[in-house]
Design a protein. Structure first.
Lengths: 574, 221
């Protein structure tokens, strides 16, 4: 074991959150900052050779190596958890830039009422409407408090979009920095049909730039070329905002910040209620201690929670007694196919970008009256043209075709290949007492540490909501001129085989007091004031929209709190 | 060292077949050569390769709609995948205990893809490639619920539509079948054009686009 010289700040994880924090501290303070990233270095030039569906989107070349570390999964406390032996329903990132390298770039803000979901729901419908076993709670910040940071994050990434078309969006203090991306054919059909049925379609806010953009750090990125190798790929021209193309170059200007790769952090170290650093295993397998005055966890939802559990910081959640907060309110965005539409003309969907699409929020959040309905909340619904490479998309056939191989199937699948598409339904996932994270008693990672265990299942609120929204989308599909509209299967039980999204949240949730949360509204650990936790692990429940813009906005807010207040008076921020 | 095995393809079997793209316009599949090609095998022996080739040809047949898995070289693709890191489960969590789970918990088997194939080939039978198509289909139908068949079907789709550098999708035959153009640097001039009409640019492979040989994942350590 070797002990390195002390750093002012150690940041665990070099993805979106960790590198944004490093950039802010590097630019605004003289502190020595070390980012510890378990994976390898990366750069834009690597992605030129990366337009290969098999190695990247199917074999998941850029994602976490499950052979070394995974999670276990079961539906309920009574079941036996087994390891997720290969990732599929979500895809954790690794390496510099984290999942931010191969993300899609869909960047909506959350609806304002998400942050006060419990209060607003009870106010409007009464406590009787809260689902059984829920553990929903307000975030401890409001949309208004977060708004300036949303605007800053949008300027940093150059988000392409247009305000004012969606009556449900929260107030924006500035227009999006770049105009919306252009619209592919399939999303254009959705836009027109949704509008004629009285919905309010608007272009999906996108981190795939519609035009060249220079951000406040002086980083210039070119326009997206709609190459279609976007989701699960890195962008070879740097048009998609990724930590490596817009944060690393700024970090490189500051000698005080180091990004150390191959550093797999295993514990947060502490003494007398203060974090003293972290210990990690380096690329040669050697145990290393990095002492630090301030520790920031930015290792994404699963490892943020796991590192606190392994380090025994805070009280682990016990589902039986309902005590403890670490690990609770674990959620996974309820993303479902909703409806599959078959057209009698090609959609040319090989062109496009991750966020090239049109969405509606009319059936999202509390945008519509739930009075007579059997569920609360809703979904962010969109139609996209994003490349859809063939290994992943071939094989969709109308229900009349029962064969799954052979000539009949081949013909039907060929006919449908570029003529079938689904409307993406990204549903809100409420928090329940029965969905949580803890340490697995049996299975271990390659260092011998217990794996994280997910206990998770869908509940009736998601099933009823997805069913309702899918029926509405079937109407839109018919209005779009689809020859056949097929309702996809509704959520039954959570399964790890089908990709939904990589929007896992909760585990180290934020809140207004230590009696209901792990971190305070500044994402500072209630029990250890020199420990901060960044990312979606702090979200008390899972709003419908994609989380990263909110992660970035919160990271900026925490960076301000650290620089402007904490460093002057170290201690719990009020 | 194992004996070197080869599979011989007659490339003329590829050329000149009529296929139909999505716009219902007949299109000639472009074959690059009319020579016989001998492909060295990395995992299968020749006998095994012939069995797998016959099986994938029933999953994705060569028929009135165009060429299939035989012409696409799917067996070459599978051979290389099994010989590479994927075949030995380099990236899968393979720590014990192995317990039988429920389907929602995903594949829990101990067998690597290589082992699944070696066992699957026994089920398929030594005579598989000499059966009539109807008899082959009947045998495959009996295996439909096995993990081997699930892999075989998935690998057939992969081998039909992967970039040709992986050994399948020979002459981009799979992409031509479905009107997919492969990797290209820019669709800026087209993304909001061609609404409702087929736009079918000539496919290009990754090596063509980047101008040099890219090292495919199956050749990693
Ligand atoms: C295919 C895909 C598409 C997506 N599309 C979208 C989208 O359209 N919109 C959206 O908002 N979000 C999207 N996401 C999610 C988005 O990528 C994440 O929300 C975002 O990257 C989270 O940032 P983060 O910094 O918290 O985590 P990450 O970016 O994942 O970074 C965490 C980093 O921590 C490192 N790390 C973990 N454990 C350790 C350890 N023990 N020691 C050292 N380092 C460690 C990891 O290697 C990783 O680099 C997508 C994700 C995927 C996979
Ligand atoms: S679609 Fe656009 S943003 Fe996405 S990888 Fe291609 S060029 Fe980059």
């Amino acid at each position: 074991m070797k002990t390195l010289p002390r750093a002012d700040v150690a940041i665990v994880g070099g993805g979106w959150a960790g590198l944004l924090m490093a950039k802010e501290l590097g630019a605004r303070t003289g502190l020595s900052v070390v980012v510890l990233e378990r994976g390898a270095p990366r750069k834009t030039a690597d992605y030129f050779e990366g337009m290969d569906e098999l190695d990247y989107a199917i074999r998941l070349r850029m994602m976490q190596d499950a052979s070394k570390e995974t999670v276990t999964f079961r539906h309920t406390s009574k079941d036996r958890a087994l390891p997720v032996r290969q990732f599929a329903s979500f895809l954790p990132g690794t390496g510099v830039g984290g999942a931010g390298e191969h993300w899609t770039g869909i960047t909506p803000r959350f609806l304002p009422d998400c942050f006060e979901i419990l209060t607003r729901t009870v106010e409007r419908y009464g406590a009787g409407r809260l689902p059984e076993n829920h553990s929903m709670q307000d975030w401890g910040i409001t949309y208004a408090e977060l708004e300036p940071f949303y605007t800053r994050a949008e300027k940093l990434l150059g988000i392409s979009g247009k305000t004012g078309l969606d009556p449900f969006e929260g107030p924006h203090s500035a227009e999006y920095p770049t105009p919306p991306q252009r619209t592919g054919y399939f999303p254009s059909l959705f836009r027109d049909a949704a509008r004629s049925l009285g919905y309010h379609p608007s272009p999906v806010p996108s981190a795939n730039l519609s035009q060249a953009y220079r951000n406040p750090d002086g980083i210039v990125r070119p326009a997206c070329t709609y190459c279609g190798f976007c989701e699960r790929f890195g962008c070879m021209v740097g048009a998609k905002a990724q930590p490596t193309n817009m944060l690393l170059p700024v970090i490189a200007r500051h000698k005080s910040v180091t990004v150390r790769t191959g550093a797999n952090v295993r514990r947060v170290l502490y003494k007398d209620g203060k974090a003293t650093g972290v210990s990690y295993v380096d690329a040669n397998g050697e145990e290393v201690v990095q002492p630090a005055d301030l520790v920031v966890l930015a290792s994404w939802t699963l490892n943020n929670t796991r590192l606190l559990l392994l380090s025994k910081i805070g009280e682990a959640y016990d589902a039986r007694s309902g005590t403890g907060h670490l690990g609770r309110n674990f959620t996974h965005q309820a993303t479902f196919r909703g409806v599959v539409l078959f057209f009698d003309r090609p959609l040319n969907r090989f062109m496009g970008s991750g966020a090239c699409g049109v969405a509606i929020r009319d059936l999202d959040g509390d945008s519509f009256d739930h009075g007579p309905l059997n569920f609360i909340r809703g979904a962010y619904i969109g139609a996209y043209s994003r490349g859809h490479p063939p290994i992943g998309s071939f094989g969709v056939v109308p229900p009349s075709v029962k064969a799954t191989w052979g000539s009949e199937w081949k013909k039907a699948a060929m006919d449908a290949f570029d003529c079938a598409a689904n409307l993406g339904i990204s549903g809100e996932h409420l928090a329940y007492r029965t969905n949580y994270l803890d340490l697995d008693p049996t299975y271990r990672d390659s260092h011998g540490d217990p794996l994280l265990r997910m206990t998770m299942d869908w509940n009736d609120n998601e099933r009823n909501m997805i069913g309702f929204v899918s029926a509405k989308m079937a109407q839109v599909g018919r209005e779009m001129g689809a020859r056949e509209v097929v309702a996809a299967a509704l959520p039954r039980r959570y399964d790890v085989n089908t990709y939904r999204s990589t929007h896992l949240q909760g585990g180290t949730i934020m809140g207004v007091n230590p009696g209901n949360s792990v971190v305070n509204p500044w994402l500072q650990h209630w029990r250890m004031s020199n420990l901060f936790v960044l990312g979606a692990s702090t979200f008390p429940q899972n709003p419908s929209g994609n989380p990263t813009l909110t992660i970035l906005a919160q990271t900026l807010r925490t960076a301000d709190a650290i620089v402007d207040r904490y460093l002057k008076h170290p201690g719990l921020l009020a | 060292m194992r004996r070197r095995h080869f599979l011989t393809f007659s490339a003329t079997a590829v050329g000149g077949l009529l296929v139909f793209t999505l716009d219902r316009q007949p299109l000639r599949v472009h074959a690059q050569s009319d020579r016989k090609i001998r492909v060295p095998l990395r995992f299968f022996d020749e006998r095994e390769a012939l069995l797998v080739s016959a099986a994938v040809a029933r999953i994705f047949p060569s028929d009135a709609t165009g060429p299939g898995a035989m012409e696409g070289g799917v067996v070459i693709y599978i051979d290389r995948q099994l010989a590479g890191p994927y075949g030995r489960d380099r990236y899968r969590y393979t720590q014990p205990p192995f317990e039988e789970g429920i389907p929602e918990q995903g594949y829990q088997g101990k067998a690597t893809p290589r082992e699944v194939y070696r066992e699957g080939l026994v089920l398929l039978g030594q005579d598989f490639d000499r059966l009539t198509p109807a008899a082959q289909d009947a045998r495959l139908r009996n295996m439909e619920t096995t993990y081997f068949f699930r892999l075989l079907r998935q690998h057939t789709i992969e081998g039909m539509f992967c970039d040709p550098m992986h050994g399948g999708n020979a002459d981009m035959i799979g992409w031509q079948l479905i009107g997919y153009p492969g990797p290209q640097m820019s669709w800026s001039d087209h993304i909001d054009q061609h609404y409702g009409k087929p736009f079918r640019p000539k496919p290009r492979s990754l090596n063509e686009v980047v101008g040099h040989q890219v090292k495919p994942g199956e050749e990693a350590e």
